[in-house]
Design a protein. Structure first.
Length: 250
């Protein structure tokens, strides 16, 4: 916590529990070329040293035996040793087993908001578009969220078909998965702060109404989390969404 957190009284903090209905698939590539492409596309990284550093962090999170002095070639070798197959997507590890990143929870909420409220530009005193308003006011407290598994429950083969200069061909991709996982984490919502006309004291109110939260979460449940969402995977149910004192999550 910063020195002004308690004084500002800015946040509403919620404890959230999600129960996945079936399989949750890992979406982080383990193959070196896939990792590099994933970093370039998803994180917007192009500098060679930044790529090496990002690969290092990703491989450490995936459980590879690498260190700060590892060269790019050593990172490639480590990632090859990790992968059971050239195209394997998996989960990160945080020292206590498998985990997902908090950022994918926020991404899911932004996607659900955009799906339900696209075109609605009247959110907040600055009349933001709904997705932008949610993006700047909702934050997942935990950077990584435990899945309660030391290892995946299994690996599933997915067969796809693509067309290119060489004609149609099949692609093989392996996905690590966990069955019926549940996760618990905290969400912070920045309140709307206003100074009523003719008064000196500021007033704060929740940025989102209970109804808006209900719509966003209900949509998010069907959009799902993780990989293979286009195949209706990663869906979940919200089992708890409780407002708590901010100090509990700090």
């Amino acid at each position: 916590m910063g020195i002004f957190d308690e004084e500002a009284e800015l946040w509403n903090t919620y404890r959230v529990e999600l129960q996945f209905r079936g399989r949750l698939y890992g979406g982080i590539p383990k193959d070196p070329t896939l990792i590099e492409g994933w970093l370039r596309a998803k994180a917007g990284i192009s500098d060679a040293e930044e790529i090496r550093q990002a690969m290092l962090r990703t491989l450490v999170d995936l459980g590879a035996d690498v260190g700060p002095e590892s060269t790019y070639e050593q990172l490639v070798a480590a990632s090859k040793a990790l992968a059971a197959e050239a195209h394997t997507n998996g989960f990160k590890r945080n020292g206590e087993g498998l985990c997902i990143e908090g950022r994918i929870i926020k991404a899911c909420l932004k996607e659900a908001t955009n799906a339900m409220f696209a075109g609605d530009t009247g959110w907040g005193p600055t009349k933001k578009a709904a997705k932008s308003y949610v993006a700047e006011r909702l934050f997942v407290v935990e950077p990584t969220i435990k899945l309660g598994r030391p290892e995946p429950d299994g690996v599933e083969l997915s067969i796809g078909h693509i067309s290119g200069p060489q004609g149609k061909r099949a692609t093989l991709t392996y996905y690590e998965y966990v069955d019926d996982a549940s996760v618990s984490f905290h969400l912070r919502e920045a309140q709307e702060v206003r100074t009523p006309k003719g008064k000196q004291d500021m007033e704060a109110r929740p940025s989102l109404t209970r109804r808006q939260w209900a719509i966003i979460w209900t949509a998010a449940q069907e959009l799902g989390l993780g990989a293979r969402r286009s195949q209706e995977q990663g869906k979940f149910d919200v089992m708890a969404f409780e407002l708590i004192p901010d100090r509990v999550a700090a």
